[in-house]
Design a protein around this ligand. Structure first.
Ligand SMILES: [Cu+2]
Length: 519
């Protein structure tokens, strides 16, 4: 950075970091693409607790019979230690829809390996998921009462057996216990009571410490903190990001796995009006600090959503916070100290240009001509296939030819308007490709004779392997974007659909209202 041109510094320190989670509030994982020779659509419903059962459904586009199987691979153990795969059941009355359940026993990154075996051979895909407890289940009062009663029965029953044994075991049948036997019974009873109290107190302590560990893993503790401030440097506004994690030492470097060739995918969304949006890629400055030159987004308070995947654990997260952007500086003609990333994109648009949710004609007019049409779909419902399909038309009224950018035909962001749900979608699904690369590298490393520990992971991830995992439609020549997704909760959402055409990345904006199951 050029210190001489640094004219003045605006510092905005932030409110306390909000809690963050991969796909904020949207834990279920979707995949759409090829599994070997078979096109398949896979849905993984994640459990809210650990250990918990993930529900997996696989829709295979192939002539039956095929066999579908699932296997959970854990980041901290060798692949060879994985249990035998579970075979998916064909759903009754369906010809190509299979389902199954997998227990995820530990907290951390897992990869769900889905294998499909059929007439055209075998194919498999790794779908990374985060196994994290999102909530602690309460103990129902009736269950507490039953357990308490059973516990009391055990304690008093055990005590009675010991007392009776000490008093009566050496007596001949029919003889009443004397003073000596009664004293012996008292002593044995007292000792047993002491042992029981000791066991109960120890048990409670053990339980409490387990609960403390669990609660630490629940929400917050392991998630990255995010802080940012903006400084004005000549004609540029530069945003400085500091990433943290409560268990990372201040001087430690944060190792991240690149996703689509970028360490961080950073979204800025103007709060309240949601009328300005940026998708930027900060570059590393120090161990935990990153910087990015801001595009000409209007001033105001912005929500920051920062997608990243940790190299050590393979866990992917979305860190969030908010930041105040100062006005665009007027230092025209000055040299830029920080080159923006060529894949950075942004849009700012009047609120009136966003088609309202429920409009019969969902058309977004692109400012430079052309339009994006959200294709007709059934009313959106919670946890049902949203069937998101968008068609892009150029200014002349012809279907636009889409080009891949950062390896994908589209990058889309979904935000519930209160900020409680955020997801980053692609035509291939919403899983983290960086985490997928992590598991592919782990498997390749172990197959080559490496140990199963994640500490011995090769530093460089093999991204050349990811190309063939991508969606069959990622080669261009289409004007339609399909995004596999289910909205996790009811409410009002905004969707930003990004695509590249004519060498330019464009953003279309839509609103959506998602109804609950009973509405
Ligand atoms: Cu993306």
């Amino acid at each position: 950075m050029n210190r001489r041109v640094r004219a003045c510094v605006f510092a905005f320190v932030l409110v306390f970091p909000l809690l963050a989670h991969a796909h904020l509030g949207s834990p279920d994982v979707f995949f759409d693409g090829l599994v070997g020779p078979y096109p398949a659509r896979i849905t993984i419903r994640m459990p809210m607790v650990v250990p918990g059962r993930a529900e997996i459904s696989v829709q295979v586009d192939a002539a039956p019979p095929v066999e579908v199987s699932f296997l959970p691979l854990y980041s901290h153990t060798a692949v060879t230690n994985a249990p035998p795969p579970d075979v998916g059941r064909l759903i009754r009355g369906e010809t190509n829809l299979y389902s199954g359940e997998l227990w995820l026993m530990s907290s951390g990154a897992y990869s769900i390996e889905v294998k499909i075996h059929g007439a055209k051979g075998e194919g498999s895909v790794e779908i990374p998921v985060n196994s994290l407890a999102i909530r602690q289940l309460p103990l129902p009062p009736y269950l507490a009462k039953i357990l308490l009663a059973l516990g009391a029965l055990l304690v008093f029953g055990g005590l009675a057996i010991v007392v009776a044994a000490a008093r009566d075991s050496e007596l001949a049948p029919g003889v009443s216990p004397g003073k000596a036997e009664r004293r012996k019974a008292w002593v044995a009873g007292a000792i047993t009571a002491l042992v029981i109290v000791f066991v109960l107190v120890g048990g409670e302590r053990w339980w409490n410490s387990e609960e403390t560990v669990f609660r630490k893993g629940l929400l917050g503790a392991a998630w990255p903190d995010l802080e940012a401030k903006v400084r004005v440097d000549g004609s540029q506004r530069i945003l400085d990001l500091t990433l943290g994690r409560k268990d990372i030492e201040p001087d430690q470097s944060v190792s991240l796995i690149p996703d689509h060739g970028k360490l961080i995918h950073f979204f800025l969304i103007r709060e309240g009006t949601l009328d300005a949006f940026g998708h930027l890629h900060p570059v590393r400055k120090g161990g935990k600090t990153f910087e990015v030159a801001l595009p000409p987004l209007p001033e105001g308070r912005y929500e920051m959503l920062c997608d990243l995947t940790f190299q050590k654990s393979g866990m992917s997260f979305t860190a969030t916070n908010s930041v105040e952007l100062p006005p665009v500086p007027t230092g025209a003609g000055q040299t830029n100290s920080l080159e923006p990333d060529p894949d950075d994109s942004w849009a700012s648009y009047p609120a009136s240009s966003v088609p309202a949710a429920g409009d019969t004609n969902l058309v977004y007019q692109l400012p430079a001509g052309g339009r994006v049409v959200w294709k007709a779909h059934a009313p959106l419902r919670v946890r049902q296939d949203a069937g998101l399909q968008f068609e892009v038309w150029d200014a002349a009224g012809n279907p636009a030819e889409l080009e891949p950018y950062m390896g994908m035909m589209s990058h889309a962001a979904v935000l519930r308007k209160d900020g409680m749900v955020f997801a980053h979608l692609h035509p291939s699904g919403n899983y983290s490709m960086a985490a997928q690369g992590y598991f592919q590298a782990k498997m390749a490393h172990e197959a080559a004779g490496g140990a199963g520990s994640d500490d011995s992971m090769p530093a460089g991830m093999d991204h050349s392997k990811m190309g063939h995992m991508m969606h069959h439609a990622s080669t261009g020549g289409t004007s339609v974007i399909s995004l596999p997704y289910e909205f996790p909760t009811a409410g009002d959402y905004r969707i930003w659909v990004q695509f590249k055409t004519g060498g330019q990345v464009l953003t279309a904006v839509f609103d959506a209202t998602v109804m609950g199951p009973g509405d």
